[in-house]
Each structure stands twice: as structure tokens, then as C-alpha cells.
Design a protein around this ligand. Structure first.
Ligand code: ADP
Ligand code: ZN
Length: 425
């Protein structure tokens, strides 16, 4: 069967070999075992479920949280000659109906849907009649309240599968899952003796840098001056801050775009396309930007503010250096950042338990900003990966002189005080 998978890999995707993990995962799925795979973004998760879907009889369903992501995936599949489609709220009723009919006639091998779709009457009506070989849950961390993108509709999947007369293979994929979230995925999806694949999280080409207490605007100007013509993303914690930094850089002649959920869909897609097409080099954005964006040559990701969790940070920072070449992930910390995150948690409508969890995640994020140990080792350990050597040589704590060299004596004294754990946090 693996021979067939290899043949199809060449035929449909034009690739001659599997990447680390892909072969093992595909083999297990083809033997009809449930699989939970945790692999970093860009490592090639899609092929792990698309190839088995091509080999299995009937159809496989992929549950995916994002409309834009679905369309991209299906476009690529169709380009490669694979009969695939998606159903989501972006479709007109007539088009959705047409697709449901084709679905019933067995004309697709892969169907992408959002989890909410499972509950709609139109879909529910035909669901039981499909020749369903596999359900794949993409971005599976969304099922966990302990994760960072909780989507309640994901909770429904486990029960639904239990109710099916013939249980399909259930597979789950995510790029970020702490040991706690992993357990939760298995429990909530009711995976049966799942094979677990834990891909290497380390991205050696990324340099991790934390800077505390500096003038952030000044830093940006200096930094951008030294990076002419390369692509980069600057993340801020709020829309207002995105707007402000955007205006600040525009006023200084930088060709910069902005992206946040408060802008019109038109402006957002214009900015995103310009960034992908390389006509726009710098994007200032909230965390609304980046999901599903696979731009290989992002050379830096600057967090102008500290994000709320290591999960969010690693996902956003990880958009740098997808091409495997050197890239920098810089986090600019100031004490207000902590206040902003605490405020966001306080103000959210989530329940107490969930808020407590988010405060715990925030605490880890703060620890990252203040640790004097290797930043890479810190992140890997957070994701439960037993680390590499204690010092990577490619983060601001490993190049021990990095921070000190651009600080004057008095500032250095100041920082050594605020970085003293327990005192100022
Ligand atoms: P992920 O979902 O893990 O972020 P993707 O599935 O989108 O990653 O894959 C990232 C890129 O790697 C895609 O361009 C994909 O075509 C490519 N890729 C995946 N598997 C292979 C392979 N075996 N050989 C070469 N390229 C691959
Ligand atoms: Zn290091």
C-alpha cells in the first residue's frame, strides 16, 4: 500500500520522496489506525491525510476551522487533478446544493468543511449515507479549551463519529499542542488507541531574540534600516497599536501595509495579496494576520508587543523562514504588554476556568521574556519536546553579549534589576 502511496505522491504532487514522519503516518492511517500527529507548520501535514484519502474507497472529510484555508487547499488539490471540494458559509445556496448532490453521487474523494457544518440539516441528511472512510481534524488544538484557539463546534466531532454505524478512521493534526492539549484532543475526539507522531518542533534557522525595556519605535526604525527590501511581519497586540505603528512607519517613507479584523475585507485581501506578491514588504498586523499564509521568504517576525501565550507566539514567529534560510524572531517586551494581555483576559466573556488557564499561559509567556536560559530550549520544553543541548547558540540568551552590547551601563543596571525574577513581575 505504501508503494501505491509513493506512486500517487509522484503522480499527483510530483514529489519523489516522503519527508520525515509522512511515511510513518500514512502507513498507520492505511492500516486503519487512528493517528494524532503534531508537526510544525510547513512540514507537510496535508499530504499525510490527502494520500490515504486517495487510496481509501469513497470519501474522506477534512474538518478545518478557516474558510480561507479550505479554499486554498481545495484549489491546490483540484490543480493537481484530485476531485475535492468544500462546503462553507461563503457559498450561495444553489452552489452548496449542487455540491451536496455531487457528494451523494460519490464524485469527490475529499471534502473540506468547518466543524459547524456537521450540525446543519442539509449536511446531516446525507452524512450517514456517504461511503466515509476517514475523518481528518485539522488544527486539532481547536478542540481543547486548554489550547489557544478553542472552537466549541469541534467538541461535537467525537460524539458524531461514535454514532456512525461504520466508524471511519479518525486522524487529527496540529502544529501546536502541549502535552495537556494532546491529552485533551485524544479524549475529546475519542480517538481509539491512536498512534501519536510528535514531529520535531525545532526550527534551527530561526534566531530567537527578546528585547526588554527599549524604545520600540526607535528599535523598529534602526532595524528596518538594516533590512532593506526583505519581507517581514510586525505583530501588535491591538488594532489601535497596529494603526499607530502603521502610520508611524508610513510617515517615515516605508512601504508598509496593515491588517486587522477592523478593516474591510477588501483592504485586508488587498494587503495580503500585495504581501504574497512581494509588492509590499512590511506588514503591521494583529494576530488576525497570517493563518494559512505560506510565504516562504519572511525574514523577520517582530512582536511589537508580547502575545498572550507561547502557543500563539511560536505560531506567529514561525511564519518567518519557511524556506529554511536564516530568519529572526524578535519579541519587544515592555511592562505595559503584560497589562494589555491581562486586560484582554479580564474583558473576555470566557468562563473562570478558561480565564485561569489563559493566565497560566500568560505566565509562561512572561517567563519566556525574562528567562536567562536558552530561548529555544525554553520553547521546546514548553511543547514537551526533550531538548537538544541546553544552549542553542542562536538566540539572544545564547549570544550572551547580544543584549548587553547595545545598552549603556546605567540601563544595564536597570535591566538586571527588572529581569530579576520574582521582583518586578
Ligand atoms: P503544513 O500543513 O504542515 O503547514 P503543508 O502540507 O502545507 O504543510 O506543506 C508545506 C509544503 O511542503 C507544501 O508546499 C507541500 O507541497 C510541501 N511538501 C509536503 N510534502 C512534501 C514532500 N514529501 N516533498 C516535497 N515537498 C513536500
Ligand atoms: Zn539558545
Amino acid at each position: 500500500m505504501l508503494d501505491r502511496a509513493r506512486y500517487l505522491l509522484k503522480k499527483y504532487y510530483g514529489y519523489t520522496g516522503f519527508r520525515a514522519g509522512q511515511e510513518w503516518i500514512i502507513e498507520n492511517i492505511l492500516e486503519k489506525r487512528d493517528v494524532l500527529a503534531i508537526m510544525p507548520t510547513g512540514s507537510g501535514k496535508s499530504i499525510c491525510y490527502q494520500l490515504p484519502a486517495l487510496i481509501f474507497p469513497g470519501i474522506s472529510i477534512v474538518i478545518s476551522p478557516l474558510i480561507s484555508l479550505m479554499k486554498d487547499q481545495v484549489d491546490i488539490l483540484k490543480e493537481n487533478g484530485i476531485p475535492a471540494t468544500f462546503l462553507n458559509s461563503s457559498l450561495k445556496a444553489t452552489e452548496a446544493k449542487r455540491r451536496l448532490e455531487k457528494l451523494e453521487r460519490g464524485e469527490y474523494k475529499l471534502l473540506y468543511i468547518a466543524p459547524e457544518r456537521l450540525k446543519t440539516p442539509g449536511f446531516n441528511g446525507i452524512f450517514g449515507r456517504l461511503e466515509l472512510s476517514m475523518i481528518t481534524v485539522d488544527e486539532a488544538h481547536c478542540i481543547s479549551e486548554w489550547g489557544h484557539d478553542f472552537r466549541p463546534a469541534y467538541l461535537y466531532i467525537g460524539d458524531l463519529v461514535q454514532k456512525l454505524e461504520k466508524r471511519p478512521v479518525l486522524t487529527a493534526f496540529t502544529a501546536t499542542a502541549t502535552p495537556e492539549v494532546r491529552e485533551d484532543i485524544i479524549k475529546q475526539l475519542k480517538l481509539q488507541n491512536p498512534r501519536i507522531y510528535l514531529g520535531g518542533f525545532d526550527r534551527r534557522n530561526l534566531s530567537f531574540i527578546v528585547k526588554r525595556g527599549l524604545n520600540k519605535d526607535r528599535f523598529l526604525l534602526d532595524y528596518l534600516e538594516r533590512q532593506p527590501g526583505v519581507s517581514g511581519i510586525i505583530y501588535t497586540a491591538t488594532r489601535q497599536e497596529t494603526d499607530r505603528v502603521y502610520r508611524f512607519l508610513s510617515a517615515r517613507g516605508y512601504s508598509v501595509g496593515r491588517y486587522h479584523a477592523g478593516l474591510s475585507a477588501r483592504e485586508r485581501s488587498f494587503t495580503q495579496n500585495a504581501f504574497l506578491a512581494d509588492t509590499l514588504k512590511i506588514i503591521v498586523a494583529t494576530n488576525a494576520f497570517g493563518m494559512g499564509i505560506d510565504k516562504p521568504d519572511v525574514r523577520y517576525v517582530i512582536h511589537y508587543n508580547m502575545p498572550g501565550s507561547i502557543e500563539a507566539y511560536y505560531q506567529e514567529a514561525g511564519r518567518a523562514g519557511r524556506d529554511g534560510k536564516e530568519a529572526e524572531c524578535i519579541l519587544l517586551y515592555s511592562p505595559e504588554d503584560r497589562g494589555i494581555q491581562e486586560f484582554l483576559i479580564e474583558e473576555s466573556s470566557e468562563n473562570i476556568e478558561r480565564k485561569r488557564q489563559r493566565l497560566k499561559q500568560l505566565k509562561s509567556m512572561l517567563d519566556y521574556c525574562f528567562t536567562d536560559k536558552c530561548l529555544r530550549a525554553f520553547i521546546l520544553c514548553y511543547f514537551g519536546e526533550e531538548s537538544i543541548s541546553p544552549a542553542c547558540g542562536n538566540c539572544s540568551n545564547c549570544f550572551s553579549t547580544y543584549e548587553l552590547k547595545d545598552l549603556t551601563g546605567s540601563l544595564r543596571l536597570f535591566f538586571s534589576r527588572i529581569s530579576n525574577p520574582g521582583k518586578r513581575r
